[in-house]
Design a binder for this molecule. Structure first.
Ligand SMILES: C[S@@+](CC[C@H](N)C(=O)[O-])C[C@H]1O[C@@H](n2cnc3c(N)ncnc32)[C@H](O)[C@@H]1O
Length: 295
């Protein structure tokens, strides 16, 4: 009989900060904490951010996972990104001295993530590990109650699996290099980016149900998502995701709006004059759940 392969990772998950009190949820000072009290967040790109859609079509700025990591973990603790793409969360974790593991289905993204990580010169002893794997299998790699923060931007259902018409852009900018391109991540049937909204939410729920026991009680779980507009109908993915996560045992703590107006160039007058549709590119949701405390 073939022996089961042990895939568990050798990675630390305990605090290495010395001064934080035992009940503190992060290493922030009161002044730093205050900056996160407003539920409208804005981020700027830095030089290391990847904005080339030919490398990956949907990357978040390093500043986004960095802010969540600082808010919800201490130095040395373990961060998980179940949809890691080209490793932005892991870059932020390395910068901030947190251990991290990122999973993605596509080997090209994992290879690019490793390249990004290798460029960060750092003396700190934390590890950032990338794994090319379906995130439904995450429990094979990590032990229960070891993760302090789970953060991801999953596919926005099958939003990218259609020829891009750039309708939100000004007329003269519509026919850019991405016009009529289908930007999907892959054709893998396990890729959540190939699934229509309800099926996507169902599969996402199954993955997060498996992740829940791996989280420490009260560990936060952040999901960055936006809603879909398709053929004049809104698909409120943020509601579907909230419903499935609550169903499998998470509690919603906060809804934060990522105000993206500073990142949007050349927006067209969307829908005018006959159809009021809010411009999806100007904001996204940052849904903040946690694993409820043991009561
Ligand atoms: C929005 S992207 C994440 C990008 C990432 N935040 C970054 O900054 O690079 C979503 C990722 O989920 C991956 N993905 C889709 N289905 C998956 C699955 N079942 N298991 C693991 N990864 C999956 C896709 O390959 C894609 O890279």
């Amino acid at each position: 009989m073939k022996k089961e392969e042990n895939k568990k990772l050798n990675i630390q998950h305990n605090r290495i900060c010395k001064e934080c009190g035992p009940t503190h949820i992060n290493c922030l000072t009161a002044k730093e904490w205050m900056k996160s009290q407003v539920a409208l967040w804005e981020f700027f790109y830095e030089e290391r951010d990847i904005r080339d859609r030919n490398i990956h079509p949907a990357v978040f700025p390093i500043a986004l996972p960095a802010k969540c990591i600082e808010l919800f973990t201490h130095k040395g603790e373990l961060v998980l990104d179940p949809f890691a793409g080209i490793g932005t969360t892991l870059v932020a974790a390395k910068d901030l001295e947190r251990n991290a593991v990122g999973f993605d289905l596509k080997k090209e993204y994992i290879a690019f993530a490793n390249k990004r990580l290798s460029k960060i010169k750092s003396q700190n002893k934390t590890k950032q590990i990338t794994i090319c794997e379906d995130s439904i299998n995450i429990p094979d790699y990590l032990d229960e109650e070891t993760i302090s923060l789970c953060i991801a931007s999953p596919p926005y259902a099958n939003m990218l699996n259609r020829a891009r018409l750039n309708k939100s852009l000004r007329g003269n900018q519509r026919k850019n290099g991405q016009y009529k391109k289908i930007q999907q991540y892959s054709n893998n049937p396990r890729d959540l980016g190939t699934m229509e909204s309800q099926k996507f939410a169902e599969e996402l729920g199954k993955i997060y149900e498996k992740i829940l026991p791996l989280l420490k009680p009260k560990a936060h779980c952040i999901i960055n998502i936006t809603d879909l507009w398709w053929e004049n109908k809104r698909y409120p993915l943020h509601i579907y995701v909230t419903e499935v996560l609550e169903k499998v045992g998470y509690e919603l703590r906060n809804i934060i709006i990522w105000d993206r107006r500073n990142l949007v160039n050349g927006a067209g007058i969307f829908g005018w004059p006959s159809n009021y549709i809010t411009l999806g590119t100007t904001f996204e949701y940052i849904l903040d759940f946690w694993r409820p405390p043991k009561r």
